[in-house]
Write a protein that binds this ligand. Structure first.
Ligand code: PLP
Length: 402
């Protein structure tokens, strides 16, 4: 795309650490599933701030919840009791396998906390060398030194070695490989029930059930990272519900507080009984402003009609994407509104062409277009997407074939 002279883009390029690559427009506002740039161009949003904006933009209920929360306490620290934090923990526990909740500020921080919880439980068991963590190929658990060690991508890890030691990476969805790796030295097994960044790969039910059995056998904690796939994204409130088993710990973040930064560690009484004052903490985590908005989000997303809509539109999305007749398409896969379209080519030019067609899309790895829209997206948006993608793929196919 043309080099732009937009002053906002110039300012960004002068003063921000250049850790992000961005398309040349500036987003200014949104309504429903549409975002608008400073030139007034509309984009249908298939990204949702990377699976964050579950209710889309300018949702009247969320706006009211934000306004009400803004009139109350914003921050008090975790030195004191405040009500929204306790209410949120109560809601999350009531709606899940968990008994207790620790609130953080982001996904990677929730995973760091989960690593610490697993280490503490293992230390308390009297086995000082029970420190190994097992994670899987294509996993994404975050960018901090512990979570990054569980994210086996050369480009992300190599410049920052050494990372957290004693991590073993095993082939995803391979129960036999997991069985060979998980042993009595293993304190935790981290897995995304549906892998997000790594390419939208759902774990099979048999694989998750095998992990549950192996963790029980070796006294390791089974930790589900539902930061992207949890909270309604796959059509059930929690992705684990579709596997017939429950984890010992589940981490959440992305949509939890309607776009405000928030993460959570959900766990059982058995695990939480090892965590005492001083073992873990955060200045901002669980603040009253963020958690009162999160209460609103969790309540909205957990309505049965809301979740049915996700399943219904998600199935429609997979069906319609599967109908596109292009030799570039390798596979369409996913659960609910967490869908990937794998191509035989790099998807970057497809995503760029999408901007011209008024579509925001994001990749998951080199070859997969990832669709993680606001959960309120509807069938007509799917039809519009499929028409545009059909045209874009045809153009790209022609360019490739000369
Ligand atoms: C986004 C993501 C993270 C990291 O969350 P941040 O809030 O960006 O730190 C971890 N795990 C999964 C599965 C994610 O999708």
């Amino acid at each position: 795309m043309a080099i732009t002279t937009n002053p906002i883009i110039e300012l960004e390029q002068e003063h921000l650490v250049q850790s992000y690559k961005r398309p040349p427009f500036v987003l200014t506002h949104g309504k429903g599933v549409k975002l608008y740039d400073s030139e007034g161009k509309a984009y249908t949003d298939w990204v949702a701030g990377i699976a964050v904006n579950a209710l889309g933009y300018a949702d009247s209920g969320l706006t009211a919840a934000l306004q009400e929360a803004a009139g109350g306490l914003v921050h008090t620290s975790n030195l004191y009791f405040t009500s929204p934090q306790a209410e949120l923990a109560g809601m999350l526990a009531e709606k899940s396998f968990a008994d207790r909740v620790f609130l953080s500020n982001s996904g990677t921080e929730a995973n760091e906390g989960a690593i610490k919880f697993a280490r503490k439980v293992a230390k308390d068991s009297g086995h000082p060398d029970k420190t190994k963590i097992v994670a899987f190929s294509h996993a994404f658990h975050g960018r901090t030194m512990g979570a990054l060690a569980l994210t086996p991508k050369e480009k992300y890890q190599a410049p920052f070695q050494p990372l957290l030691p004693d991590v073993e990476i095993v082939e995803f969805n391979d129960a036999a490989a997991a069985e060979a790796a998980i042993d009595d030295r293993t304190c935790a097994v981290f897995v995304e029930p549906v892998q997000g960044e790594g390419g939208i790969h759902p774990a099979t039910t048999e694989f998750l059930q095998a992990l549950r059995r192996l963790c029980d056998q070796h006294n390791a904690l089974l930790i589900f990272d539902e930061i992207q796939c949890g909270l309604g994204r796959t059509g059930t409130l929690w992705a684990y519900e579709q596997s017939g088993i429950t984890p010992d710990i589940m981490t959440l973040a992305k949509p939890l507080a309607g776009g405000l930064p928030a993460g959570a560690i959900l766990t059982t009484e058995k695990v939480a009984s090892h965590i005492h004052p001083g073992d873990h903490g955060t200045t901002f985590g669980g603040g009253p402003f963020v958690t009162s908005v999160a209460c609103y989000i969790v309540d909205r997303i957990s309505q049965p009609e809301f979740l049915e809509h996700v399943t219904e539109v998600g199935n429609y999305l997979v069906d319609r994407l599967s109908e596109i007749n292009s030799p570039l398409i390798v596979e369409v896969r996913g659960r609910g509104l967490m869908v990937g379209m794998e191509l035989s080519i790099d998807v970057a030019p497809i995503i760029e062409a999408g901007y011209e067609h008024g579509l925001l899309m994001v990749n998951a790895g080199t070859n997969v277009i990832r669709f993680v829209p606001p959960l309120v997206i509807d069938r007509p948006h799917v039809d519009e997407l499929v028409d545009a993608l059909t045209a874009i793929l045809a153009e790209q196919g022609e360019q490739i074939n000369g």
